[in-house]
Design a binder for this molecule. Sequence first.
Ligand code: AMP
Ligand code: MG
Length: 430
Amino acid sequence: MIPLAEARSIVLDRCPPRPPVWTPVDAALGCVTARPVVSAVPVPPFDNSAVDGYAVRAADVRTAHVVLDEVAAVMAGTSTDRVLGDGEAIRIMTGAPLPAGTGAVAMIEDVEVLPAVGGSGGAIRVGRALAAGENLRRAGDDIVVGQEVVPTGTVLSPAHIGVLVSVGVDGVEVVPRPRVGVLSTGDELTPLPEPLGPGGIRDSNRHMLLGLVGQAGFDPIDLGVVPDDEERVAAVLQDAAMRCDAIVTSGGVSVGDRDVVKATLDGLTGGAMRWMQIAIRPAKPFAFGLLGEGRVPVFGLPGNPVSALVSFELLAGPALRRMAGRHRIDRPVVRARAATNLIRRPDGKVHFARVVAGWTPEGSITVAPVPGQQSHQLHAMAEANALAVLPDGPGVAAGDAVHVLLLDVEHLPGALGIGGVVDALTGETA
Ligand code: AMP
Ligand code: MG
């Protein structure tokens, strides 16, 4: 057996970031930038109003209750040549460019519109004194010319996409998201809707792994189920190596397996596959190699569904994130507290126990095991949201600290929704 760290470095060293390509902004979400983006323009592009109201001269509104003549109006998307004179106000909407001479904008809520007198354009009374610059947004107060708005190595979020468009950039150099083929092997695997024959089981792994690839933000490619037949496995893998950036297989990597997958991969890689026994539980067997003239990593995951998932989380997933240019290649690991004993037997391996992690009201995380810790018990895995890391030894006692790999940070039990907080605030202010 080799330590997990050694297995990871064998895999990660051979999965470098892919070469960057120019990508339209709307296709670049979640991709990693390969070059910094520097703005050639200021944002906002011009001085404008932060509110709906009246543009005024600063000197006119040093005291409250000043009456001013309304002489023009300017809406968002228009502009005016009218220069503000002494004692004048120009009606202005949020985002409209400031007329020359504007020193502040009085919010509509602070203004009283006075009845029109004779043929004049109307007048307003400003209810309070305004400081110079009040309710103004200056050109460049979000982004100045020459500013690096998105550094190299950024994982593009929706907000970053918005920033890129705001500076007039319609595409970026990013590391493309890998296309990941997912293949299941085994004579017993029966795809839906075929009825199960004697000894048949459902091919749950392929659908789960396609989901894991998609959830990581990469492009899943379904390579189907292949029976334990060397020629057919070889044909599918060779075809996949031409249209995928990486291949994930499950099944056929353990010691007692019919050596169809092994023989095929050994043949296709000229004997360069690494067949590993990793000192972890579950997911001890794992295979790795490069197909397609050494370009396309193939991750051979174990067949047991929980092992396949854990193997993906610890090895294939991080390698794919590295190929995608990510610096953070792992899901987050946090220190949590064991709610109950997490017992295990010493066996020279690190155990990854399936646990439910949740927030306490004090803002720390506790974990409790789900019932069903064997590697075929996918239902128990699906009930869990984290893996507790139990180093070789007797386990972790209730109340003790334990590291947990969070598989689903978005749905941790105990987290408040904003709705609950808002309701509480409403109750306080009512
Ligand atoms: P193997 O690694 O091929 O020896 O498979 C180990 C166990 O996982 C066996 O019980 C297989 O039937 C099961 N298994 C293999 N592939 C899959 C799959 N795609 N979906 C569900 N179970 C599988
Ligand atoms: Mg098999």
